[in-house]
Design a protein around this ligand. Structure first.
Ligand SMILES: [Cu+2]
Length: 69
């Protein structure tokens, strides 16, 4: 099981994802394989991580670019 997490704009995780990052989460969902939608608060580059323990340090981290319509 993975947890798809979008961090708040400008917020990034340090060395590992943990409880201290909970306040910087914009949106999260547990995923296996599904299609979901969310509304971004504003355009920008968001950090996305897997919130499942150990997965961030295993490399499950990326970026999500939101552009204005
Ligand atoms: Cu994961």
């Amino acid at each position: 099981m993975h947890e798809f997490v979008i961090m708040k704009l400008g917020a990034t995780v340090g060395d590992d994802f943990g409880d201290e990052d909970e306040g910087n989460i914009y949106w999260e969902i547990e995923v296996e394989s599904k299609t979901v939608t969310f509304t971004a608060p504003e355009a920008g580059e968001y950090q996305v991580v897997c919130g499942t323990e150990g997965h961030f340090v295993a490399g499950m981290v990326g970026s999500l670019t939101v552009v204005a319509p």
